[in-house]
Design a protein around this ligand. Structure first.
Ligand SMILES: [Zn+2]
Ligand SMILES: [Zn+2]
Length: 426
């Protein structure tokens, strides 16, 4: 039951719009401070250890708040729900039900900040898409161009904190303060003037964003190595993140390391040259990519490297492509290249199989057969005990052995330390 009154002036949301953008548009239309408008929509002041300026009321509103907003504005609670991050929970990010914030440690979740398409802002009158808040969004699929990261005026990212409660929002204008405090004037630079890089529709950058969008929208991954055994979107995105993070680890090192590899060989040059150099001096050089990369170019580059591996129809092909990445990683961290289990607690057994396929190529043929590298999903096997002298030899080529050559491949199982060579084969 809602206790709010219907607003006298209504503003219809645009398709895909974020809740904060829509509320700001209402505030602009009614010439109202957010501090006055939010209670009228049913939002109660909520501090809970956060300063009011950092209270993100738009990401994960409660069911009661959804109903209150719907009652006050005349749209359905379902429409309001789709303007929040809640539909993306467990698909493209993980929401913490207690803090009601995005978990930055998982799935490249962005707790704050948003990229944007300047052309979309110009065409919609400054209305923001909720999907731009995802760490996975780096390109606009309407205008086929890279999303902008910063305001061209103050050179700072957008929506790092909610709009001030004591100002009338101006859609399409930068709401950052000029000196980092609410007491200082706003930047108010025209965001529609931000430069953004266009790409042909058939560009791998745009196609990669299409694939991610489909995966997130359907909640299911059935591309490449997942085609025979479709996985929840969250599983595939965790695999993409794991591979992308290894690429970013290599990219964060001296440029000659990147140039020695062919990781960026098929990547558009405009993307490669825009991987920011400041990320190479990260405060956390050993873990770049553990959370969402700050820039759209580096995000696109890392996703392209990951999909170049995962979007292969066969494990052998995927393993072959992963070999380049593993060899580059080994020059930075031999241990990281050796044990895929350290690449993320949430990576799938399918990615472990690809890693195994990548690592097995230099092992003796007998070991490749023991790991069934000739099948579509190699598995790790512990070293076998010494065979009894008169016992018949068992080979993966033996008829009737499930998963052997000529047999239907098994589904991948969980693996441990899958590339550590066993003592018997070394
Ligand atoms: Zn656009
Ligand atoms: Zn600005």
């Amino acid at each position: 039951m809602s206790f709010v009154r219907t607003l006298p002036i209504r503003v219809a949301p645009v398709s895909g719009e974020a809740l904060d953008s829509w509320v700001e548009a209402i505030a602009h239309r009614t010439d109202t401070y957010l501090n006055d408008l939010l209670p009228a929509l049913g939002f109660l002041p909520r501090h809970e250890g956060l300063s009011p300026a950092r209270w993100d009321w738009s990401g994960m509103p409660t069911d009661l708040e959804l109903e209150s907003i719907a009652s006050a504005t005349g749209i359905t609670a379902g429409q309001v729900h789709r303007m929040t991050l809640r539909p993306y929970d467990q698909r493209a990010l993980v929401l913490n039900p207690h803090s009601r914030r995005v978990d930055q440690r998982l799935l490249w979740g962005r707790a704050r900040g948003s990229r944007y398409c300047p052309v979309c802002l110009a065409e919609s009158g400054g209305r923001w898409q909720v999907s731009w808040r995802l760490g996975w969004s780096f390109a606009c699929l309407v205008h086929n161009r890279l999303l902008a990261d910063d305001c061209p005026g103050c050179l700072r990212p957008q929506r790092m904190r909610p709009h001030s409660g004591y100002g009338i929002p101006i859609p399409g204008r930068c709401a950052n303060t000029t000196r980092g405090s609410d007491k200082h004037p706003r930047c108010h630079h025209d965001l529609t003037s931000a430069p953004s890089l266009p790409f042909p529709a058939e560009s791998p950058v745009i196609q990669a964003q299409h694939l991610l969008a489909t995966c997130i929208d359907t909640g299911r991954a059935d591309f490449g190595i997942y085609a025979a055994d479709p996985q929840p979107a969250r599983v595939a995105l965790a695999d993409i993140r794991a591979l992308a993070a290894r690429f970013l680890m290599v990219a964060s090192r001296p440029a000659d390391l990147m140039s020695d590899t062919c990781l960026t060989r098929d990547m558009p040059a405009e993307i490669v040259t825009r991987i920011p150099t400041q990320e190479r001096t990260s405060r956390f050089p050993d873990r770049p990519g553990a959370s969402a990369p700050p820039g759209a170019p580096s995000t696109a580059a890392a996703v392209l490297v990951a999909l170049n591996i995962l979007n292969q129809p066969a494990f052998a092909e995927a393993g072959q492509r992963m070999r380049t990445l593993v060899e580059a990683v080994s020059r930075v961290s031999p241990q990281a290249a050796l044990t895929v289990s350290t690449w993320g607690a949430d990576i799938s057994p399918l990615l472990k199989s690809v890693h195994l396929a990548a690592a097995l190529h230099r092992r003796p043929l007998s070991e490749q057969l023991r790991h069934r590298a000739v099948t579509s999903a190699p598995e790790s096997h512990p070293p076998t005990r010494a065979r009894r002298p008169n016992a018949p030899a068992r080979s993966p080529l033996s008829p009737g052995r499930a998963g052997g050559y000529g047999q239907p491949p098994r589904k991948a199982r969980s693996t441990r330390s899958c590339v550590r060579p066993c003592p018997r084969c070394s």
